[in-house]
Write a protein that binds this ligand. Structure first.
Ligand code: SF4
Length: 377
């Protein structure tokens, strides 16, 4: 595939691994923020190409993983109403709450539909004026512009039977929370390229200065990731703490200005709870007062849920880079993608799910895995 195979070239990857090995004079611990990067690292064995001194920790950048269980329960509760068409991206349909998932709600008679865009959900609302149409607005800064546009259009066109159930989270506050942790091990970050394609990377500059850690905006293919690691390690070895852009083919420093403007118009920054981590101040987006009528939590009389996460699950520590998935006693035994105990086994982008799929340790229903950049999914 043009513009894809070039970034998965095994020989070029091995050359990059040699360049990284030549740079390293001492151990360094880096974190890739995004679940898509984690998935690529584990799938292609990128970490296994690195010299022993380089440790990669997996960050909290999987939106499905960090959506609180309470919100899944609210989605399920809304979807069971006779007067509602509940719409969502496909990845949220199988995520279990304490009362089942959206697919089981559909099986029980709920009108639950997978859509590819919130604007599709808006169209469904226009076509079904007798129904309330709700869109599950989950994700990081990447999905916020389209969700903001759907709400903006709903208000402009006076579509009153449309609302969104919001669980938007923001990356920089989560990174600052990790950097502020007592015992933080992360010395450099691979920032998520798609998030920066929307918001740019100016927000990382004060973090780099304050905490003296380098950030490299990085893409998602194996060569992107290896180049991101190379640039981060180079900064660390040279004693620099700057923000660099490896993903220049998609990311500009200032980001996508029209996308940022629509997000600012519709959403305000609010505190948000992250599944497995807890509340982080100023780490999410909520609808502004002018758009509050489109807030599904306000529109429906929802019960409040208090959910206890499984005490066996250490996904909070996995999401903050303190533990690897295989260090969890439940990994691959009582916790599997079919029966997830916690956040990071729920989504295919979650670190535990990625290790389960590509890197199960001996004794845990192991399937043969080889170090091969052409490894198939
Ligand atoms: S393997 Fe399961 S129980 Fe263990 S941290 Fe991951 S999600 Fe939680």
């Amino acid at each position: 595939m043009k513009f894809m195979d070039e970034y998965r070239d095994a020989r070029a990857a091995k050359k990059y691994a040699v360049l990284i090995a030549r740079l390293v004079t001492k151990p360094w611990t880096l974190m890739e923020v995004c679940g898509g990067q984690t998935h690529a690292i584990v799938r292609y064995g990128v970490d296994e190409l690195l010299p022993e001194g380089i440790t990669l920790l997996h960050g909290p950048g999987c939106p499905v993983c960090v959506t609180p269980v309470e919100l899944i329960d609210k989605a399920v509760q809304i979807s069971r109403r006779n007067d509602v068409i509940f719409t969502s991206f496909g990845d949220m349909l199988r995520v279990p709450g304490t009362q089942g998932d959206l697919l089981s709600s559909k099986a029980a008679g709920g009108d639950v539909r997978m859509v590819y865009s919130p604007l599709d959900a808006l169209k469904i609302a226009q076509e079904n004026p007798q129904k309330q149409v709700v869109f599950f607005a989950v994700g990081f800064e990447t999905t916020a512009p389209a969700n903001a546009m759907a709400v903006y259009q709903a208000k402009k066109q006076n579509i009153q039977n449309f609302s969104i159930l919001v669980s938007h989270v923001l990356v920089p506050p989560a990174i600052e929370a990790i950097l502020s942790l007592r015992g933080n091990r992360v010395q450099g970050f691979l920032a998520a390229g798609h998030v920066c394609a929307v918001v740019g990377y100016t927000e990382y500059e004060p973090l780099a200065t304050k905490y003296q850690v380098p950030f490299v905006v990085t893409g998602f293919e194996p060569l992107d990731i290896l180049q991101g690691i190379y640039l981060t390690v180079k900064q660390l070895e040279e004693g620099r703490a700057e923000v660099e852009n490896q993903y220049a083919r998609c990311v500009r420093r200032e980001g996508n200005l029209p996308a940022l403007q629509i997000v600012r118009d519709v959403f305000a920054i609010v505190p948000r709870k992250w599944r497995g981590i807890g509340e982080i101040s100023q780490s999410g987006l909520g609808l502004r007062e002018e758009y509050a009528e489109f807030d599904a939590e306000k529109r429906f009389d929802l019960a409040d849920f208090t959910v206890e996460e499984s005490s066996a699950c250490i996904s909070g520590q996995v999401l903050q880079g303190m533990k690897k998935p295989y260090e969890c006693p439940a990994f691959g035994t009582i916790c599997t993608p079919e029966h997830p105990l916690g956040a990071t086994m729920v989504s295919t982008e979650g670190a535990c799910a990625a290790y389960y799929r590509y890197r199960r340790p001996a004794g845990v229903k192991k399937s043969p895995v080889t170090l091969d950049l052409e490894r198939s999914p």
